[in-house]
Design a protein around this ligand. Structure first.
Ligand code: B12
Ligand code: SF4
Length: 567
């Protein structure tokens, strides 16, 4: 590959695709596909109890942190923001990061970039490049498939062996629940750590595994527990955090790394909390005690289906595992696939009931979706079962099938999916309630545990439970009477148990805050019913800005460390 002629003096813009997102438009935004994790794919049927928050575009943040060229990351721009940045920026390189659903936006951004910045090299990266024939759909100069840090370093002529520097990432922002925006205080939200990309297990539908090499392959940014510990310690100091969202497809699969991290945590007396993705077979490699000592407080686990033959689920009773994890204070987020090959209108409701019976704290449901780049896509294509001429903006797992299923129609696929979300909510209650149950179980079990690190973590987590969450439970209990009386009773029982455990403080908090939360919840329900949606703020962050920008740039205030401006 030829290097860019300016090397590390090249001025770079890395942008995510433009919004607004939660609306239907000709570029591929869809009202049912907002730029939110929970409200899009997990708690979307939970009304005002749905967890709302945004996540930055970590891929381009990782690239920015690992190059020495002047670089601006533009996150969540509108088209107007993007145009203005191009006009003001004199960029040599414009990189756009996207996933497949947003291909229409990539096309438009490249068209605009060619028009407003004709001298720039256009690079497209991220999962969108898994689309076959992308080169003919988008007018860009390079399409980067797979890992982007090493590609960009190579393109700029930088040292490829330099260790990967982790950017400071606050995992979520603008969090909202019960109609209230949570205050954003330093250290209040977990830091995201990205130890690796890809997953060696290679389930046939899995896009991340396929994108970074497929079965048996993945790319490690931090190979050892020691390296991870160093990065986490830096984040702790810089962001003031003690909890970490480990953005690794299967964090627990790498047992020696996890155990080395645990050793270092013990040595340095760290009472950190970890939220992880892990497959059932990987979780089973640990005792509950090891998980608790490692600070694992939240696990995202694929449940897929009781009939599924995925290796990761072999010989695991996932309901029993979920119960056990929750009994040890570990919140479980299950993930179930709706519309697998063996599903029929006759058995799918039972399968969804089975998923719901796990009573996880959170539950993601996704349609079985052959996505370009995966073995499943190739198989369905070879079988001639792909639905032709669909807009890629509608292939995201939360709408309708993009292939001919043997027994379930496209329209029914959506009906079953929507029902799964509703059923989980009605039968198990709001996720905030379920989480509160898990947190109380953990606290009771570990509040006198000999290792002070473990006690400290549970004490930290329990603070909110005994006050704000308990007040929220009071409000939920009332609201849920008309949805499911039995769940309302269970919420009441939990509230009483919390009040017994924490006494006066939690009773006062409930009296003072409960009615207010009930009012904010109802107000939020009215707002949502009238069509309110939420959008992430535009953010621009510049690095290495002053040093290599020739002449004219003296007004730019930024140099060295990233500086962030958001609107
Ligand atoms: C965080 C996340 C989100 C956030 C997005 C935040 C944002 N600002 O964009 C939220 C929660 C909102 C989200 C939503 C969705 N997501 Co999402 N998301 C993720 C997740 C969990 C992590 C992404 C990440 O940061 N990874 C770590 C970084 C380091 O990896 P990376 O982004 O791939 O970047 C690397 C390379 O791709 C490359 N690269 C990336 N960009 C660029 C740009 C250039 C110029 C270059 C050179 C290289 C390059 O270099 C990076 C470093 O190696 C991934 C799963 C995963 N593990 O990756 C899914 C994933 C990206 N999401 C996916 C999907 C399908 C969706 C949704 C459609 C799901 C849904 N129905 O709800 C929605 C779409 C919302 C929308 N309107 O766009 C799919 C994409 C599939 C595909 N083939 O396109 C993934 C892979 C999950 C999956 N396995 O199915 N998502
Ligand atoms: S275990 Fe999860 S991350 Fe790994 S390949 Fe399977 S679905 Fe993908």
């Amino acid at each position: 590959m030829a290097k860019h002629p300016k090397g590390t003096r090249a001025r770079i813009l890395l942008s995510s695709v433009f919004g607004p997102y939660a609306q239907d438009d000709e570029f591929g935004s869809r009202a049912i596909n907002p730029m939110e994790l929970y409200h899009n794919q997990v708690t979307r049927a939970q009304g005002a109890y749905s967890l709302r928050m945004f996540h930055r575009s970590w891929g381009i943040m990782m690239i920015q942190a690992n190059i020495s060229a002047p670089c601006a990351v533009l996150d969540f721009p509108t088209l107007k923001d993007f145009r203005e940045e191009l006009l003001g920026g004199q960029y040599d390189i414009i990189g756009i990061s996207s996933i497949i659903v947003n291909i229409g936006k990539v096309q438009e951004m490249c068209r605009i970039a060619r028009e407003l910045s004709p001298h720039s090299v256009l690079i497209v990266g991220g999962h969108v490049t898994a689309l076959p024939g992308i080169e003919n759909r988008v007018d860009a100069d390079h399409f980067v498939k797979g890992e982007g840090i090493s590609w960009m370093r190579r393109y700029l002529g930088e040292d490829l062996e330099r260790p990967v520097r982790h950017p400071d990432i606050v995992s979520g922002m603008k969090t909202r629940i019960l109609g209230l925006s949570l205050p954003e205080k330093r250290g209040g939200t977990a830091a995201t750590i990205i130890p690796s990309v890809g997953c060696p297990l290679g389930c046939n539908f899995c896009t991340t595994s396929a994108f970074f090499g497929g079965k048996g392959k993945f790319i490690n940014f931090y190979k050892t527990g020691d390296e991870l510990f160093e990065v986490m310690q830096q984040m702790e100091a810089r962001l003031g955090v003690s909890t970490f969202f480990m953005m690794d497809e299967n964090f627990l699969l790498h047992r020696p790394r996890a155990l080395q991290l645990l050793e270092r945590m013990k040595e340095h007396n760290k009472s950190w909390g970890l939220a992880v993705f892990a497959s059932a077979n990987a979780i089973r490699k640990y005792t509950m005690l090891e998980l608790v000592e490692l600070g694992v407080s939240w696990i995202w686990m694929g449940l897929e289906s009781p009939q599924a033959t995925y290796a990761k689920l072999q010989q695991t009773d996932t309901r029993q595992l979920t119960r056990e994890l929750r009994n040890h204070g570990i919140r479980v987020q299950g993930s179930t696939i709706v519309g697998l090959e063996h599903h029929t209108p006759d058995n799918i409701e039972d399968e969804i009931e089975h998923a719901v019976s796990h009573n996880t704290d959170f539950h993601q449901f996704m349609l079985y979706t052959p996505v370009p780049g995966t073995p499943l896509y190739q198989q369905i294509k070879d079988e001639g079962r792909l639905t032709e001429n669909l807009d890629f903006a509608d292939i995201h797992g939360q709408y309708k099938f993009n292939f001919r299923h043997a027994a379930i129609s496209r329209d029914d696929s959506k009906r079953f999916l929507d029902w799964a979300f509703r059923r989980d909510f009605e039968r198990n209650g709001p996720s905030l309630y379920r989480m509160s149950r898990t947190m109380l179980e953990g606290w009771r079990r570990y509040k006198h545990f000999p290792d002070a690190r473990v006690r400290t973590r549970f004490a930290r987590e329990i603070n909110k439970l005994s006050t704000v969450y308990n007040a929220a439970l009071w409000s939920m209990e009332k609201d849920f009477r008309k949805v499911n009386r039995a769940v309302s009773e269970d919420i009441r029982t939990l509230r009483r148990e919390i009040e017994e455990e924490f006494g006066f403080t939690s009773r006062i908090a409930t009296l003072a805050l409960g009615p207010f939360l009930r009012w904010t919840t109802r107000r939020e329900e009215r707002r949502l019913a009238s069509g309110w949606t939420y959008e992430p703020p535009k953010i621009i962050e510049r690095t290495n800005w002053r040093s290599t920008i020739e002449a004219t740039e003296s007004t730019e205030p930024l140099a060295g460390e990233p500086v962030m401006a958001s609107t």
